[in-house]
Design a protein around this ligand. Structure first.
Ligand code: FAD
Length: 218
């Protein structure tokens, strides 16, 4: 179902100085975990894509946004008052898990940089019993957004600028130093350079291209 609608902002959850979750009315919008919406302030022509962060069964619709330095919409949305309306188009996109792979109990590797964790947060909240490992690449440990959502042992925080994560270094360093089952289905989300490098590394480790799926943010 596509909606082109105004959704009331119910609350903003600030996770760090620059990253926040917008909690909006859902208004019955159906979506698949992994899809995104186009979002902007009411009556503002400027909209941007944001992955849906909440689960398919959640009451509210949520997105996780990082305020980009010199960015337009990510700065505007941070200042919006609770109780005002946001405009949404969508849901959009095909970055979701084929239900046959879930039925076949396949092993998933989710690879995210920064707010690229959003679609995986939605997938984990929406699909019970998912056999996944989530590699999350950030600079500092405080960017481990709501990591308690993920089951013990499934979330691996790679921090490039401090040593307080589970692994010190970039995601790509982690991949270089570890082995992965060749039947793993991999999903990548976030920064283009990270995705390109991580995909190449996993292909070299024997994972076929047909098992690699990506959503590029910037
Ligand atoms: C399918 C899709 C889903 C997306 N989902 C999310 C999401 O869930 N959460 C989220 O925060 N963003 C997400 N983005 C990025 C988002 O759409 C915007 O590009 C971002 O919020 C910047 O918009 P802006 O208007 O503030 O910046 P603009 O004024 O449009 O300036 C954009 C500049 O910021 C750069 N940029 C964009 N994102 C980042 C970033 N995270 N870090 C550093 N530089 C960046 C761009 O390369 C460009 O140079 C998604 C993008 C796509 C294509």
């Amino acid at each position: 179902m596509t909606s082109n609608n105004k959704h009331k902002l119910q609350a903003i959850r600030h996770l760090t100085g620059s990253t926040y979750v917008l909690e909006m009315e859902r208004r019955g919008m159906e979506f698949e975990a992994g899809q995104h919406i186009l979002l902007g302030a009411e009556d503002n022509i400027h909209k941007r894509e944001y992955s849906i962060y909440s689960g398919t069964k959640d009451e509210q619709l949520e997105v996780l946004v990082k305020e980009v330095e010199d960015g337009m919409v990510s700065k505007q949305l941070k200042k919006i008052s609770e109780g005002t309306y946001l405009e949404i188009e969508g849901p959009l996109g095909f970055f979701s898990i084929d239900p046959e792979l879930i039925l076949a109990k396949r092993k998933f590797l989710f690879i995210a940089s920064g707010t690229g964790i959003a679609p995986f947060h939605s997938m984990v909240k929406s699909i019970p019993g998912l056999d996944y490992t989530l590699l999350h690449g950030v600079r500092l440990v405080d960017e481990a957004y709501e990591k308690d959502t993920y089951e013990e042992g499934r979330y691996i925080l790679c921090t490039s600028r401090d040593d307080k994560g589970d692994f010190q270094g970039r995601i790509t360093d982690y991949i270089k130093q570890h082995e992965f089952d060749k039947d793993t289905v991999c999903f990548f989300c976030g920064n283009f350079n990270m995705i390109r490098e991580a995909m190449n590394l996993l292909e070299k480790k024997g994972i076929p291209p047909s098992q690699l799926h990506a959503e590029v943010y910037f």
